[in-house]
Write a protein that binds this ligand. Structure first.
Ligand code: B12
Length: 447
């Protein structure tokens, strides 16, 4: 079977950037891209077929003069003439992905179109209005393989278990899944990075750090942050991969990738596990720069682990600071305390680890809140600081809490750079205030 898998372009809706001063614009990332790990996992599941991956982020987003997505899709369709096209979705890329599916169907109605990924998992009903024939929610790489096999053998693809069939303006559930797939365990599929080799140099942060690739060491998250999509995506479950499997994957990676990001919600959930993983990285003498996501309370509680991670090559941590205010952290159900931000900064800096600290700015912030935020951030500077907007991502607890107050349903704006709720300040002023915060960081380096 000829299969085309597409990573849609990023949404370029960015209210913060739009209203930013020239100085602040330098720090607000617009084109941060990285390899599409989910799609590469799907590609890995069907690698015995004739697979092509089109990463529009590498091919189009980084090249302003590249043909637009519709044209690029048509070029690939003409070249490949695929039997199936699969597209991966997050909320802000829904419209871009849906447009790609429409182009595919207009080109040739017989191509089977399949939607998967986070947004297909959390909001499958959104796809009723699209040209997707089949929606694959959840960890569906093996389900995708079943669909491909059914099509190849001229069997009824609609008989594949675990899918949703999009027909007659409704989603018809296929047969229920009788087996549960353990994507972090026995059903793990090695993401096939060979399909994106031609873009390897594109996977650099600001053209400097990298090439970077991603490995997940776990799936899901045991925490309950109300704004986060990961908890509903994995129904509150947390799955840890086996150490051997992670080490094997690290060793199999093309040496050209000098940076590995562990693409977990939180890499350190079980500190004992990460201690063991570090021991194995050191034993195997794996030399990569590492980037991980970690909570401030975890850093504060485990300085010894941070030291060990630094020995293993940890260079950058991404920390969701979210807020320095107790009441806000409580509202977000973050389950941590503001004073731990300072403690974590000190521990990480003592180990030479750069911090990407991210605050979320709620829509009710007024001038005095922005001033207080700026004062705090100025006295707790980190190398890379991000100030994004609290956004009710569809499918989250926060979405349900505020859905009546949403004033903007354009999914292009659901990327944390826009306010979709009414702001207390006039919108322009709100964005201007948020963008000014991006100037508060150590030095001039960006990520
Ligand atoms: C790595 C990552 C990135 C990378 C690149 C991602 C990419 N695909 O291009 C970078 C750092 C560039 C990035 C950027 C952004 N990201 Co991001 N990112 C992640 C992260 C950390 C890991 C995703 C991942 O690889 N998971 C592991 C893979 C294996 O899982 P998966 O993708 O879900 O795929 C599986 C299934 O869904 C399914 N599947 C997936 N696709 C398909 C397709 C088909 C056809 C089928 C059948 C199945 C299928 O099969 C896979 C295997 O089981 C998640 C948080 C997290 N820990 O999950 C956030 C996350 C996905 N990102 C998020 C956001 C918002 C963004 C940004 C908009 C942030 C910003 N403001 O700039 C940008 C936009 C995207 C972009 N590329 O620019 C949100 C999405 C929220 C939402 N509801 O939409 C998340 C969930 C973070 C969060 N906690 O809120 N991101």
């Amino acid at each position: 079977m000829k299969i085309l898998l597409i990573n849609p372009p990023r949404s370029n809706e960015n209210g913060i950037f739009h209203y930013a001063s020239a100085d602040a614009k330098k720090f607000i990332h617009q084109k941060l891209i990285g390899p599409p790990l989910g799609l590469l996992t799907v590609a890995g599941a069907v690698r015995d077929h004739d697979v092509t991956v089109l990463d529009m982020k590498a091919e189009y987003d980084l090249h302003p003069h590249a043909p637009p997505p519709g044209e690029l899709t048509r070029q690939y369709l003409e070249k490949i003439n695929p039997d199936l096209v699969g597209v991966t979705f997050i909320a802000s890329e829904f419209n871009g992905g849906a447009a790609i599916l429409k182009t595919v169907k207009t080109y040739n109605h017989n191509i089977l179109t399949i939607a998967g990924g986070l947004h297909a998992t959390l909001c499958p009903e959104d796809f009723i209005s699209t040209a997707a024939d089949i929606i694959c929610p959840g960890e569906s790489a093996k389900i995708f393989r079943e669909i491909v096999s059914a099509k190849q053998e001229n069997k009824d693809v609609e008989a594949v278990a675990g899918i949703l069939i999009n027909k007659h303006n409704q989603l018809v559930p296929g047969k229920p899944l009788t087996t549960r797939y353990y994507s972090a365990g026995q059903d793990f599929i090695v993401p096939d990075r060979s399909f994106i080799k031609k873009w390897i140099q594109a996977y650099k942060i600001r053209g400097k750090i990298g090439p970077i690739t991603y490995i997940f060491t776990s799936l899901g998250c045991p925490y309950n942050c109300s704004f986060c999509s990961i908890r509903p995506q994995y129904k509150g479950k947390f799955y840890q991969r086996e150490i051997k499997s992670i080490i094997d994957e690290m060793q199999s990676i093309d040496p050209e990738y000098n940076v590995i990001r562990f693409a977990d919600a939180n890499t350190v959930v079980n500190p004992g596990f990460i201690h063991q993983l570090c021991d194995r990285i050191l034993e195997e003498n794996i030399k990569k720069e590492l980037v991980i996501d970690i909570r401030v309370d975890t850093v504060a509680a485990h300085p010894d682990l941070i030291e060990k991670l630094a020995q293993c090559g940890l260079q950058v941590v991404i920390c969701g600071f979210e807020s320095y205010r107790y009441d806000e952290l409580k509202k977000y159900n973050k389950d941590t305390r503001p004073e731990l931000i300072e403690k974590a900064i000190n521990i990480l800096q003592a180990n030479g680890i750069k911090i990407r600290g991210n605050y979320v700015i709620p829509p009710y912030y007024k001038e005095d809140d922005f001033k207080a935020m700026a004062d705090y951030s100025n006295s707790h500077k980190v190398v890379y600081a991000g100030y994004t907007i609290l956004t009710p991502m569809p499918g989250t607890v926060y979405y349900n809490q505020v859905k009546e107050q949403i004033i903007d349903y354009d999914l292009n704006k659901y990327n944390f750079f826009n306010s979709v709720l009414k702001t207390t300040l006039p919108l322009e002023e709100f964005y201007k205030n948020v963008s000014d915060l991006w100037l508060i960081k150590e030095g001039t380096d960006t990520i």
